[in-house]
Design a protein around this ligand. Structure first.
Ligand code: BDR
Ligand code: CA
Length: 306
């Protein structure tokens, strides 16, 4: 059983990564959630996460983290995630609320024991943790990051959003000497869901219905471009920990472009000593089947607990 913390900006795909973890309680002991300014403002993404956890009746600690990147200004992405950061479902406030404590102190308390960090947004919180609480570093078992790309980007020609949003933070994390696994855009394509897999979730069960509403919005972009599937980026991180055998990756030295027209580009060099395990490909069919299984499992769990 692995202790994990999600540091995230939910975000449609962040929620799917969280669902996959919630469906596997024998694999993951979730210590809590910190949020970060990314796809939307930190207050919006925090609210989204609290509402989803309330919907599921899951009692976890949620702590709002940084409101802006280390150097640059926030750049919310309403085109990808909507004005709320989680457009699609209509969710109400519930019993889970942002805990009004310092997120670094919360992470520090979680890291009194070996814990893996699932970093699903810009790396601002994690860079601050490394800089301001270096004594916790030995207890960071691993960081699994969704970010960067090997060939092409999604926010600039060569840059992926999470790394673009806070390249200075990403550089601090990549240079930290920690055990890092990176899921760049290319491997996230292997965590795509076909639209004809998403559609049957509609009205099927309590969790599958929410999954449908979230993914229906998130897949619009791909549908409009006549693609038959949508990448569920952050899901790759949880799937990697659950099914390492389904992934192929290589060690590489990863650096980040801090400014200019390629701001946020990850420069991946396979010829020198690696600081990061860069995931490259995965078994898409297998992971898709597993994801369906996990959502069905959460439906069943919800039904049995009523
Ligand atoms: C990343 O950007 C965010 O909007 C997604 O949640 C994901 O973490 C993909 O580039
Ligand atoms: Ca995210």
């Amino acid at each position: 059983m692995r202790n994990i913390i999600f540091d995230c900006d939910p975000g449609h795909d962040d929620i799917m990564a969280i669902f996959a973890a919630l469906a596997n309680p024998e694999e993951f002991n979730i210590l809590g959630f910190t949020t970060v300014c990314g796809n939307q403002t930190s207050d919006k993404v925090t609210k989204n996460l609290c509402r989803v956890l309330s919907y599921l009746d899951k009692d976890y600690v949620v702590v709002e983290g940084e409101k802006k990147p280390l150097i640059y200004n926030p750049e919310p992405q309403p085109l990808a995630h909507g004005e709320s950061g989680l457009d699609g479902p209509i969710l109400l406030d519930g019993k889970i609320r942002n805990k009004n404590i310092n997120y670094l102190e919360f992470l520090e308390s979680c890291l009194s024991t070996k814990t893996t960090i699932m970093a699903l947004g810009p790396l601002t919180n994690i860079a601050k943790l490394i800089s301001e609480k270096p004594h916790v570093i030995p207890n960071i078992e691993q960081i699994v990051i969704m970010g960067g790309s090997i060939y092409g980007g999604n926010i600039l020609e060569k840059s992926e959003f999470n790394i673009y949003a806070d390249p200075h933070a990403a550089k601090i994390v990549f240079d930290s000497g920690l055990d890092i696994v990176l899921a760049p855009l290319e491997v996230c394509d292997y965590c795509s869901l076909k639209h004809n897999v998403i559609d049957p979730f509609k009205s099927k069960g309590y969790v599958s219905n929410l999954t449908y509403e979230i993914l229906e919005f998130f897949s619009r972009y791909s549908k409009e471009r006549n693609k038959d599937k949508s990448p569920i980026f952050d899901l790759a991180c949880t799937m990697y920990l659950l099914h390492k055998e389904a992934f192929v990756g290589k060690n590489a030295y990863v650096d980040v472009v801090l400014e200019g027209e390629n701001r946020g580009q990850t420069i991946i060099n396979y010829s020198s000593d690696g600081n990061v395990l860069v995931l490259e490909s995965a078994n898409n069919e297998f992971l898709q089947t597993k994801f369906i299984e996990y959502i069905n499992r959460l439906d069943l769990e919800y039904k049995n607990n009523r």
